[in-house]
Design a protein around this ligand. Structure first.
Ligand code: FAD
Ligand code: FES
Length: 320
């Protein structure tokens, strides 16, 4: 039996390798021509030490100098010794450049270009080599703006298992990609992108989750919810979706549908424009109630516009 191992590099690049149960992660990476840090390849030096974000594995044999019991307890692993027992997500203590790998490039075709509202466009793509693209819900790609040497980043709103790749784009008037999508692009156009990228993605724990989405920050949150739906996960989840104006309010039907499919999902939304017709006027933070935090046990995923500082962050555990 084989499993997918996500190797998440320090520069945000993620590469996936297929690893058999009797194979070490280091061997699978080497066969995929990804040079993760390695020296002894025998659990003796600690050079390959990585952090396992999620998944089950057999840690293999190694000496305490390479990995202490306390480190193993925290989730650190040695890829040269470990063998997967499920799909895994590993943080690799290196950049993709050092590992001589890079985000892969794909070319596909626009299959949907819908103006959902005056400010937001839904974009869908199909690529011929869809089986070669694996991503984690929450990740993004860099899409080339046709006719230029520029790229712009967009988060998947579709789940990793869906054939079509979907995105939500907020139109910035005068913006390069925005003007292209609203004035030039059409269904059938060729599109090139690289990815997947980003360390914002769903961590597979049973903890309750609080999802905060601002504007088209809803896209990665939808990908997370769709993945949870596809896996029939029942952990308690509360979504708060906030936008600036009624025009920015999109995909309410999609959220409603997800709430009907995901028994653990509750949700609410707000619009900050005082003239809005929405029942809740204000910002996302104003709708957070103490029970949504589950006495500090909730994993919080936040993705929003630039003024929310970093576009997407989560409170899931990462190594010190
Ligand atoms: C990791 C990541 C993920 C992203 N995911 C999405 C996504 O899923 N959906 C989405 O709509 N956007 C997303 N963005 C933003 C997106 O990449 C572009 O920046 C945005 O679409 C504007 O591109 P443009 O070419 O139309 O405008 P540009 O030509 O890049 O910009 C035009 C002008 O608008 C300003 N500007 C650009 N973007 C913003 C902004 N967000 N807020 C305020 N001013 C801005 C620029 O500084 C410039 O002055 C993401 C950005 C990052 C870094
Ligand atoms: S390479 Fe030496 S412990 Fe893994």
């Amino acid at each position: 039996m084989s499993h997918q191992v996500a190797l998440s590099f320090e520069d945000g690049v993620t590469r996936f390798v297929t690893c058999a149960e009797d194979q070490t992660v280091a061997d699978a990476s080497y066969r995929a021509r990804i040079n993760i840090p390695l020296d002894c390849r025998d659990g003796a030096c600690g050079t390959c030490k990585a952090f396992c974000e999620s998944g089950e594995y057999d840690g293999g044999t190694y000496i305490d100098d390479a990995l202490s019991d306390a480190e193993a307890e925290e989730g650190f692993v040695l890829p040269c010794s470990m063998r997967p027992r499920s799909d895994l997500v590993l943080q690799i203590a290196s950049t993709s450049a050092v590992a001589k790998t890079q985000a892969a490039s794909y070319t596909g075709e626009v299959t949907r270009l819908d103006r959902l509202s005056p400010t937001t466009v839904a974009l869908s793509l199909k690529i011929p080599d869809r089986d070669k693209l694996t991503f984690l819900p929450g990740q993004y790609v860099n899409i080339a703006v046709p006719g230029t040497d520029q790229t712009r980043s967009y988060s998947f709103s579709s789940a990793p298992g869906e054939d079509e790749l979907s995105f939500l784009v907020k139109i910035t008037p005068g913006g390069l990609m925005s003007d292209h999508l609203t004035g030039v692009a059409a269904v059938g156009d060729s599109v090139t992108f690289t990815g997947p990228l980003g360390s914002f993605f769903l961590r597979e724990t049973a903890r309750p989750a609080l999802l905060l989405a601002g504007g088209t920050g809803l896209a990665p949150i939808l990908a997370i919810l769709r993945k949870l739906r596809d896996d029939a996960i029942e952990r308690p989840i509360h979504l708060i979706y906030g936008v600036s104006t009624d025009d920015d309010l999109v995909e309410l039907d999609a959220i409603e549908e997800l709430a009907a499919q995901l028994p653990g999902l509750t949700w609410d939304y707000c619009v900050s424009d005082p003239g809005s017709s929405a029942p809740n006027k204000g910002y996302v933070m104003s709708l957070i109630q103490p029970e949504h935090l589950h006495e500090g046990d909730a994993a919080v995923y936040l993705c929003g516009p630039r003024r929310w500082s970093s576009r997407c962050v989560s409170t899931s555990p990462t190594p010190a």
